[in-house]
Design a protein around this ligand. Structure first.
Ligand code: APR
Ligand code: ZN
Length: 240
């Protein structure tokens, strides 16, 4: 029986909801250069382009719905601590969409920021934001025109690392779902969990580049593999 479960999710969990992944033949990084839209230097070079890139994504996720994989994690969060006294379930996501929230999961840590949030470079405020942003958008708090997408770009420090490392250092089960395992620090979470003694399970379409670090790999579409796994976990029928 597991007491502290940490789940890392990546773009693969939202793929079946119609949100494109980053790295595949048709992935986002085939269409846009990372340096242009996912670095601070790119933002400084062309702020309008970067605002518009995230505006488009912010608008496009409005119509997207969670799939059975997101819903399975909500079920795990709701039911596991009831059948397993004092157990905790923590979802850490690299995703900037809101599908975990739409699925009803409460304890979600967005380590790479969120599309539905904006960051003011002047006063440091971060607040909920659902419209389009531009170089002329005004901060609600300090009234300056210094807003940027609240996204953690390459070279920037992910959010909530202290809390995430604390959860990893006490976890006994670590699940990694739909992530290619090439972007650090998230790609190193399995190692931290392992050194805490956790069992580690990877869910992906196929074995990822870090797949051999895991105790077990469950391969196929997360919408099909995860609900079954969660069910077995709740019923204590899991062997890792
Ligand atoms: N079920 C399970 N896994 C899937 C599915 C699916 N239906 N569809 C795709 N995958 C897997 C792919 O095989 C791939 O390994 O999801 C992974 C998606 O990988 P990436 O596109 O690299 O996304 P991710 O790992 O989340 O990217 C990490 O990179 O650009 C940055 O900041 C961005 O948070 C992002 C980070
Ligand atoms: Zn401000």
């Amino acid at each position: 029986m597991f007491k502290h479960i940490v789940i890392l999710t990546g773009a693969g969990i939202s793929a079946e909801s119609g949100i494109p992944v980053f790295r595949s033949e048709t992935g986002l990084w085939e269409q846009e250069r990372v340096e242009d839209v996912a670095t601070y230097e790119g933002f400084l070079r062309n702020k309008t382009k970067v605002h518009d890139f995230y505006n488009k994504m912010r608008q496009s996720i409005k119509s997207k719905e969670p799939n059975p994989a997101h819903l399975a994690l909500t079920r795990l969060e709701q039911e596991y601590p009831i059948s397993h006294k004092n157990a905790t379930v923590t979802v850490v996501t690299q995703n900037i969409d809101d599908l975990h929230e739409k699925a009803g999961t409460k304890n979600v840590i967005h380590m790479h920021g969120e599309l539905n949030s904006i960051l003011c470079e002047k006063c440091g405020s971060r607040y909920r934001y659902f419209e389009n942003s531009s170089v002329d958008s005004v901060c609600t708090h300090c009234h300056s025109k210094s807003l940027r997408p609240d996204i953690v770009w390459f070279g920037e420090m992910p959010y909530h690392m202290g809390k995430i490392e604390l959860e990893l250092s006490r976890c006994d089960l670590f699940l990694s779902i739909g992530t290619s395992g090439v972007v650090y620090p998230a790609a190193g979470f399995c190692e931290i969990a392992k050194s805490a003694g956790a069992k580690c399970v990877e869910f992906n379409l196929e074995k990822s580049v870090v797949g051999s670090r895991f105790d077990k790999g469950i391969y196929g579409k997360a919408s099909q593999t995860l609900p079954q796994f969660v069910n077995s976990l709740i019923c204590d029928e899991i062997e890792v």
